[in-house]
Design a protein around this ligand. Structure first.
Ligand code: SAH
Length: 273
């Protein structure tokens, strides 16, 4: 039994109210799909809703970024289907993923669609939910902690800090074409004091860095890259925007890139060090 399971069963017994964790969650009805976020990796960041879904699902259709330790929490009868999509590696087509969800739900299964982070943040959760809606399949969205917030917190970088930024912008470096999205206004992203958090940005980091600098972003803006955020093998490096292309050579996905003054707090707030 994993540590987290021991913890859950112990607290069930110890609780004054004999609280059952199932009672915190809605019932996972047959023939429905729960589109859920498993967080950035650390098992402890799972929500109780996802934990209960893992216990009650008949099928789990999971993405590449779901931590294996999380899948190990599933009930032993449940079938696990890999439906990962990773840049540059063989991946399941989005239409096929939707078809799988529809097929399993129509056969009366409780389907858990498990994704890394949050399903509605660069997670295609919306596309899958639309496909389910079109097929009259009931679904529930279970938010998860997105890498661009939880991952930064583990690296010691607050998403907002009153002395540095009142805004934060999440950007994907990778459109469905595989290229940088062509409708991004780089000039507005280059305004001082903003914090940018880039997902899926390593492949095109040269181009992205140059676009930001050419649009007026200060070359001395602090930057950080956080790979495998919240996991035991988390790796962080900080520097300046002018050094970002070089720094990125030491990293591979999954990684987030943070650009903004808030990165300066990392030296003080690096609580995991
Ligand atoms: N829905 C996810 C994002 C999926 S897109 C979320 O909300 O977090 C995949 C990208 O997310 C990766 O390329 C990387 O940029 C980021 N990412 C996901 N997990 C990460 C992790 N543990 N550490 C760093 N970046 C991560």
């Amino acid at each position: 039994m994993t540590n987290i399971l021991k913890l859950f069963s112990k607290s069930k017994k110890d609780s004054k109210h004999n609280q059952n964790f199932d009672s915190f969650s809605p019932t996972f009805e047959k023939g429905t799909v729960w589109i859920a976020g498993s967080g950035p990796g650390d098992v402890g960041l799972l929500t109780i809703n996802v934990f209960n879904a893992l216990k009650n699902a008949d099928i789990i259709v999971y993405d590449a970024l779901v931590n294996k330790e999380i899948l190990d929490l599933a009930n032993h009868k449940c079938e696990k289907v890999y439906a990962g999509k990773r840049g540059g590696k063989p991946s399941t087509k989005q239409k096929d993923i939707c078809d799988i969800l529809i097929k399993f739900a129509k056969s009366g299964k409780r389907v858990l669609r498990l994704k890394g982070g949050d399903p509605f943040v660069f997670g295609r959760g919306g596309e899958e939910a639309i496909a389910l809606k079109r097929n009259n399949i009931n679904f529930r969205i279970i938010p998860g902690i997105t890498a661009g917030i939880g991952g930064m917190a583990y690296a010691g970088i607050p998403a907002t800090h009153r002395e540095t930024n009142y805004t934060i912008t999440f950007v994907t470096g990778h459109a469905s074409s595989g290229e940088i999205p062509d409708n991004i206004c780089w000039k507005s992203l280059s305004a001082p004091s903003q914090v940018l958090v880039l997902y899926m940005a390593l492949k095109h980091i040269d181009n992205i860095t140059n676009k930001l600098i050419n649009s007026g972003k200060d070359k001395n803006t602090p930057v950080a890259i956080v790979q495998n955020a919240t996991m035991k093998n988390m790796k962080i490096q900080t520097g300046k925007l002018s050094e970002l292309i070089e720094i990125a050579k030491n990293f591979e996905p999954p990684a987030i890139v943070v650009i903004g003054e808030v990165v300066n707090l990392q030296e003080t707030l690096n609580w995991l060090k």
